[in-house]
Ligand binder design. Structure first.
Ligand code: NDP
Ligand code: PYC
Length: 345
């Protein structure tokens, strides 16, 4: 007898949406959260799938995110900077609100940016990067998090796991997208290892005394490490500067001071920069999309895979066969639906 249940993508979306609505979120917030969380589960990105529902509800219960927020679009005539104030709600509805204006400004200026301020953010960035490619645009997406990562050479949490995504559109194929934490792994991975009672791979974290550890509890109490040593440390710092300080929002240490815990979803800003490859390549030889294909073919031709290929395979399978959840996961969804905010501490 199997302990697993398979749901279609829309059926899981309906369930997740119902959990959020039941917990008091308005449709703007609940719908956008359900879309991004189910996309994570559909693409086999467990660290940002349904396991994140609980954290989002905890953050609502703690009064650190507004469940009924309605984001506000702030447009200045002729400016390539589109701003959306999330009004203390989640980042995802703010992104959905700002996207059409970002696309319009990128098409007219060649490049434009979407700044999201005053948002709670817990999701993977690839869905936003992919949304740009659906409009034929390339883009970069980044945001801080909360202080959990020691800079290279240091031994205390300071930087966030600061995710960074890039996307390039492809004709007739899913886009080229990479999306990663600038720590060795996302913090969600550490939490999933802890829940599964598994040790961490070497090199992910240090304990509170600064010694290397493979114990998830000790890692959560200590600090994670940047990917690629000083290089990841510098990129994580760049994200604090561009998507924290430059946009007038919180840096990761400020987020931790504000929240006082890493058990809630972080409150900060987000920066999305979109490019029109045609506008940049205009007047130069070659079609940028055709030239990109030559590069991708050469990468794959060596036996390497492109980033996101694993996700696209998982997506195709989920869309054809449904999303399989364990009995424990299904019971947790039922519990969250039945009890709403009472289900979380
Ligand atoms: P991973 O290390 O799992 O993956 C990073 C990227 O590298 C993915 O695009 C992945 O594609 C690609 N990749 C992995 N292996 C290969 C390979 N062998 N060849 C080519 N490409 C490869 O990601 P992280 O654990 O660092 O991050 C996971 C998620 O966590 C991200 O989506 C990120 O946005 C999110 N996150 C969110 C935060 C937030 O504050 N909101 C904070 C930190 C992380 P594929 O998926 O196809 O394997
Ligand atoms: O996985 O590092 C993480 C993370 C932090 C905030 C949201 N996700």
């Amino acid at each position: 007898m199997s302990d697993n249940t398979t749901l279609t993508v829309p059926a899981l979306q309906e369930r997740v949406n119902a959990i959020f609505r039941n917990a008091g979120l308005n449709e703007t917030q609940a719908g956008a959260l359900a879309r991004v969380i189910v996309a994570g589960e559909r693409d086999a990105c467990k660290s940002h799938g349904i396991y994140r529902i609980e954290g989002a509800l905890r953050t609502v219960k703690a009064g650190k995110v507004k469940p009924d927020a309605v984001p506000e679009l702030l447009l200045q005539e002729g400016s390539a900077i589109v701003k959306v104030n999330a009004k203390g709600g989640f980042a995802n509805p703010a992104f959905e609100l700002g996207l059409p204006a970002l696309v319009e400004r990128t098409r007219s200026c060649g490049l434009a940016a979407l700044v999201i301020n005053d948002c709670t953010h817990f999701s993977a960035l690839w869905s936003e990067a992919e949304a740009l490619t659906e409009q034929g645009l390339a883009g970069l997406v980044m945001c801080p998090s909360y202080a959990t990562v020691a800079p290279t050479g240091g031994n205390k949490p300071l930087l966030g796991t600061n995710p960074f995504a890039f996307a390039w559109p492809r004709v007739g194929q899913p886009p080229y997208v990479f999306d990663f934490a600038t720590s060795v792994a996302a913090r969600g991975e550490i939490e999933l290892h802890r829940r599964a009672g598994k040790s961490l791979p070497e090199g992910w974290a240090i304990d509170a005394d600064g010694n290397p550890t493979t114990d998830p509890e000790a890692a959560l109490a200590g600090a994670m490490l940047p990917f690629g040593g000083h290089k990841g440390s510098a990129i994580g710092t760049m994200i604090e500067l561009l998507a924290g300080i430059m946009i007038g929002d919180l840096t990761s240490p400020e987020v931790l001071d504000y929240l006082g815990t890493t058990t809630l979803a972080p409150f900060h800003g987000e920066l999305i920069i979109a490019f029109s490859p045609e506008a940049f390549a205009a007047g130069r030889p070659g079609n940028p999309f055709a030239r990109a294909e030559t590069l991708f073919e050469a990468i794959v031709g060596q036996g390497a895979r492109l980033p996101s290929q694993r996700r696209y395979v998982a997506r195709a399978k989920s869309e054809a066969d449904g999303i399989t959840l364990t009995d424990v996961e299904i019971k947790q969804l039922e519990r969250l639906f039945a009890l709403g905010l009472e289900a979380v501490a």
